[in-house]
Write a protein that binds this ligand. Structure first.
Ligand code: LLP
Length: 423
């Protein structure tokens, strides 16, 4: 199955929206709503877009699991040979539990705790992506205590504008991420001189939902300048990690395909004589984003004075992107029209005006109808909360005509299981 257009993943057949061979209405009937539905074929096709573009090279794709850390998703990717980009001890535990190879794990993030560093050192991960001198010193201290050498890379901040939402811009001077470009070489000198650290690579990450190749190429050139300078000083790197961030088409964006991004990066790397190094990327959204939809049911329609509201059983706690980033998410009806079309805001039951999933959508719907919020596979379930004591949705993966529950719906009892009363 190939997935070149967005219509392919969640597509209507005889008026019924399907994921692969399965009607979404049958998933709602079997497992209830709200439920996240993922297509295995779409997930694998997206991963293979990267893997195939890198074929024949020394290369590693490290899936950024913050986008969607479900064990089944991780396991499918691990079986394809994917590595993982992690940002916490919890994500390390997930990578290992899902059968991930620790030798393909990179650890990012500005605030790694000593306990997290220790766990990662014991697991023998590929690289600690350092984001400050203070962190370098912490990693060094923990490594010394464990009598180990920590493999390190410095996340440099290339100060490149990725032209995306300010909350998901990470590679500008004003962002908290990475080591200032001008300070990077000094950090490498410090790391190279340490008996407890081994310099293995360099990395950067400039932002997320990037829809052009240009900022990547600019950042790559800045990185390669550092690689040259380091080699000049006798510090040789094993890998160059260009980070994640490639966008997907939520609405009318036209992001480059992974293949185009990889081609552009490899061209720069080769032109500058570093084609022998391991080339790495850390995509998250572009691997799982389009493969997933949030399936929700219309509870009731409410006709306000200036607006019509479709109140659905999913809410901001299930899918936070609209509330947090004013993100536009695509809404599709799941079955043929049951009423005349009207313009609705799609909102959840949570007690906040910020609890909306989509605004001003023309839909022909009635209470009880199903809606699918598509392109929601990334940063959907992974950012879900229990606000208003709402259990998080179930997650299922569709493989052809088979549906696998990969996470049960969270029960209310599970939500307060760790709480206790005073004597
Ligand atoms: N590597 C690092 C170090 C990152 O910080 C991120 C994402 C990635 C890789 C993966 O980036 P991706 O390929 O998914 O763009 N919650 C936001 C996105 C936050 C991204 C944070 N960093 C959203 O829903 O738009």
């Amino acid at each position: 199955m190939s997935f070149n257009s967005r219509a392919d993943v969640f597509h209507a057949r005889h008026g019924d929206l399907h994921c692969e061979e399965v009607a979404l209405a049958s998933i709602a009937a079997r497992f209830g709503t709200p439920t996240y539905v993922y297509s295995k074929a779409a997930l694998l096709a997206a991963y293979r877009g990267y893997a195939q573009a890198l074929q024949g090279r020394r290369a590693l794709v490290c899936y950024a699991m913050k986008a969607n850390p479900n064990l089944a998703v991780l396991n499918l990717l691990a079986r394809e040979g994917s590595g993982f980009d992690i940002v916490s001890g919890g994500e390390l535990a997930r990578a290992l539990a899902a059968g991930g190879d620790p030798a393909k794990v990179v650890f990012s993030g500005v605030g790694k705790s000593e306990a997290e560093i220790e766990a990662a050192l014991k697991a023998d991960i590929l690289s600690f992506n350092l984001e400050s001198i203070a962190e370098l010193e912490t990693v060094e201290r923990v490594a010394a205590r464990l009598r180990k050498r920590a493999p390190v890379s410095v996340r440099t901040n290339p100060d490149v504008d990725p032209k995306t939402h300010p909350y998901i811009t990470t590679g500008l001077k004003s962002n908290k991420f990475g080591v200032a470009y001008a300070d990077t070489l000094a950090l490498y000198r410090r790391a190279a001189a340490s008996p407890h650290l081994t310099v293995v690579g360099i990395d950067c990450h400039i932002g997320s939902q990037i829809t052009e190749v240009r900022p990547y190429v600019d950042a790559a050139d800045r990185l390669l300048d550092l690689v040259d300078a380091l080699e000049h000083e006798g510090v040789h790197l094993h890998h160059i990690d260009f980070g994640g961030g490639l966008g997907i088409a939520y609405r009318d964006e036209t992001p480059p395909a992974p293949e185009a991004l990889i081609r552009a990066l490899l061209a720069r790397v080769d032109a500058r004589g570093h084609g022998n190094k391991t080339i790495m990327v850390e995509p998250g959204r572009s691997i799982i984003g389009r493969a997933g939809a949030l399936l929700t049911r219309v509870l009731l329609l409410k006709h306000g004075e200036t607006k019509n509201f479709a109140i659905v059983d999913a809410a901001m706690n299930d899918l936070m992107r609209p509330a947090l980033y004013q993100a536009w998410m695509n809404v599709k009806t799941v079955q043929p029209a049951t009423a005349a079309e009207a313009r609705y805001d799609i909102v959840g039951p949570v007690c906040e005006s910020g609890d909306w999933l989509a605004r001003d959508r023309d839909l022909a719907i009635s209470p009880g109808d199903l809606l699918a919020i598509t392109d929601a596979g990334a940063y959907g379930m992974s950012m879900a909360s229990n606000y208003n004591t709402r259990g998080r949705p179930a997650e299922v993966i569709v493989d052809g005509s088979t549906v696998y529950v990969v996470r049960r719906r969270e029960t209310v009892e599970a939500l307060f299981a760790g709480e206790s009363l005073l004597p």
